[in-house]
Every structure is written in structure tokens, then in C-alpha cells.
Design a protein around this ligand. Structure first.
Ligand SMILES: *Cc1c(COP(=O)(O)O)cnc(C)c1O
Length: 341
């Protein structure tokens, strides 16, 4: 395997900075399963306050956070509605079905990433013993780096309220959306009963996500977290990284967005690349499959990490450990690749 010098594969690859490591080393800790860890308690209070919800729960991953949310909204045999490409439906190993006995009802996405409102409403089951009981609608924002409009989230919320359903937001990158929109996360998250937010992506923490929401749902999630094996002991070492991230790494997400745009503009100079202009920190690039294979091989040989899908699709993600030098190096390599063809 080639050594990756500039890693654009994901914003999960960030390593904790010296400042973050110092905060972790200095963290006050206790047994969090007993509720005794002051750093975890502080992080949970701070996050709940920031998002404007009753309570928050610190969990090992975004996957567990989404699963806990679904298990708090739904019982065995209930159903959740989510997009066909939603992370919590497509990319979480079927956990809701396997571990929660919860049935997914996926809905196709429109080209802009939203789900058709009439299709959502049509999928809500009437009270009839033939059907699973629909309990919650889940949205994701940002979605593949795209910011879905708040008016769309409000419209889905209106449907959820009218049918007495819960509303969950997979906001793994919610702060990217808020920085882009210039919106307080309180306002962004206002209509949701539960919100999941990753600390370990653009915010740069090594581990951790938060589930934030209504007190009764978070209390249920806390029970389920223990059941799923997510109860951690002196987790304050990790919570300290989250506290550091909230303080230092939110506003700077704008830098990642700026670099993603510069990267996209540079890549788009090549006619063979179809570049989808980024709204936040993720750039999608499509090209002919055979060309993609050659370009991916060249990038890999030269230590530039990208996620390469089938059929010539690439994903480039900017983050804390991608500076202007990394963008320059990547663009220079792609320029050279095309000039030598
Ligand atoms: C990364 C991600 C998750 C899951 O987070 P993990 O910590 O990797 O389990 C969930 N939803 C979205 C949208 C994500 O990008």
C-alpha cells in the first residue's frame, strides 16, 4: 500500500491536534456509567444548550447515535421513514432491523437530495393491523455534503406533526450546514425531536458522537446505549476532545468549505472531469470509468487519498488536516496527469 500524504478520503481521518491532546490529558474523569464523569456531563450539558434541547448523550459513534434515536422513537415492529441513500438506512449495516426490530421504509431521493413530500406522506401507514406502525421520519443534513433547505425540513416537520410522528435529524455534519447557512444550530435543529451530531468528522475529535433531544427520548436512549455496549467508563478523556472541538473547530469549518471550492474549481478546469460544485466540504467528481481507474492509480501512487467509487466516481473531502498545500499538491498532480495523456 502506498503511503497517503494528503488524505482526502474522509473528514474522519483527522488526528487530534496538540491542543486537543493536551485537553484530553488534563481531563477530569469519573465513571460515566455511574454518571460520575464531570467532563462527559459538561459536554452533554453544553451540547444540549448549544442545540437548544433538553438533554444530550455522548456515544461512541454516529452509527450508534442514529440507532439509539430510532430505538427511542420506535418499538419492536414499528417503522421509520428515511431516504434510500440515507446513512442510517444504507450505511449502518441494517442495525435498526437487526438490533431494534424496526422496519425501514426507504423513499427515493429527488435529484436535489430531498424526498418528495407526497411520497413521504403516502408511505405513512394507516392504523391497520396489516401494517407496521410508522413512528418517525429521519432526515439527513448535510446530505453528501449538500445543504438541504430549512424550508424543506420545515415542510417534513409539518407532515410529521400532522401524523403524530417523531422527527429525527442525522446531523453528522450539522455544523457544516450551519456554518454554510450562517445559522445558529438552535434554529437549524428547532423542529427535530432528536439530532445526531458527529464530533469525529470535521470537528476533529478522535472518537464520539452526540444524540441530542427531548428528555424522555434521551433517557430511553441512555438505557439502550448500555444494552448495546456503549456505556463507557472514564470517557471524560474523549469528552474533553469533544469540548475542545466545540470551542475551537466549529467556525473554522468555513476554511474547509473554501478549500473544497478551490479544489473543485481546479479540477473543473479539466473537461474530462464532471465536478459537482461543493456547498460544504465534500467534492464529488465523475468521469469515464477507464479514465477514473488510471487517475485513481496515479493519485494513489503519489500519496493523494481519495475515495473512488465504481464507474469513475470520486469523493474528495476537506478537513482539519488538509491545508492549502494539500490542495495545491492534488491540483498539480491532476494537471500533470492530464498534460501527459
Ligand atoms: C459518518 C456518518 C454517520 C456515522 O458515523 P460513525 O461515527 O462513522 O458511525 C452517520 N450519518 C452520516 C450522515 C455520516 O456521515
Amino acid at each position: 500500500m502506498n503511503i497517503i500524504r494528503h488524505d482526502f478520503r474522509s473528514d474522519t481521518v483527522t488526528r487530534p491536534s496538540a491542543g486537543m491532546r493536551a485537553a484530553m490529558a488534563d481531563a477530569e474523569v469519573g465513571d460515566d456509567v455511574f454518571g460520575d464523569d464531570p467532563s462527559v456531563n459538561l459536554l452533554e450539558q453544553r451540547m444540549a444548550g448549544l442545540v437548544g434541547k433538553d438533554a444530550a448523550l455522548f456515544v461512541p459513534s454516529g452509527t450508534q447515535s442514529n440507532l439509539l434515536a430510532l430505538m427511542s422513537h420506535c418499538g419492536r415492529g414499528d417503522e421509520f421513514i428515511a431516504g434510500q441513500k440515507a446513512h442510517l438506512y444504507l450505511n449502518e449495516a441494517g442495525g435498526a432491523a437487526v438490533l431494534g426490530s424496526i422496519q425501514p421504509q426507504p423513499i427515493a431521493h429527488e435529484p436535489d437530495g430531498t424526498m418528495d413530500l407526497a411520497a413521504i406522506e403516502a408511505a405513512i401507514k394507516p392504523d391497520d393491523s396489516h401494517f407496521a406502525r410508522t413512528r418517525v421520519i429521519a432526515l439527513e443534513n448535510t446530505f453528501g455534503g449538500k445543504v438541504l433547505p430549512t424550508a424543506y425540513m420545515d415542510a417534513v416537520a409539518e407532515i410529521a406533526r400532522r401524523h403524530g410522528l417523531g422527527l429525527h435529524l442525522d446531523g453528522a455534519r450539522a455544523f457544516n450546514a450551519c456554518v454554510k447557512l450562517g445559522l445558529d444550530i438552535r434554529d437549524f435543529a428547532a423542529t427535530f425531536d432528536t439530532v445526531s451530531i458527529c464530533l469525529s468528522k470535521g470537528l476533529g475529535a478522535p472518537v464520539g458522537s452526540m444524540l441530542v433531544g427531548r428528555a424522555d427520548l434521551i433517557a430511553t436512549a441512555r438505557r439502550h446505549r448500555k444494552m448495546l455496549g456503549g456505556g463507557m467508563r472514564q470517557a471524560g478523556i474523549l469528552a474533553a476532545a469533544g469540548l475542545y472541538a466545540l470551542e475551537h473547530n466549529v467556525a473554522r469549518l468555513a476554511e474547509d468549505h473554501r478549500r473544497a471550492l478551490r479544489l473543485a474549481e481546479g479540477l473543473a478546469r479539466h473537461a474530462a472531469l464532471r465536478v459537482i460544485m461543493p456547498e460544504t466540504n465534500i467534492v464529488w467528481v465523475e468521469m469515464d470509468g477507464a479514465l477514473g481507474e488510471r487517475l485513481n492509480a496515479e493519485l494513489s501512487t503519489e500519496g493523494i487519498g481519495v475515495l473512488a467509487g465504481r464507474y469513475g466516481q470520486q469523493r474528495w473531502v476537506t478537513h482539519l488536516d488538509i491545508g492549502d498545500d494539500a490542495v495545491d499538491a492534488a491540483l498539480a498532480l491532476v494537471d500533470r496527469f492530464f498534460s501527459e495523456r
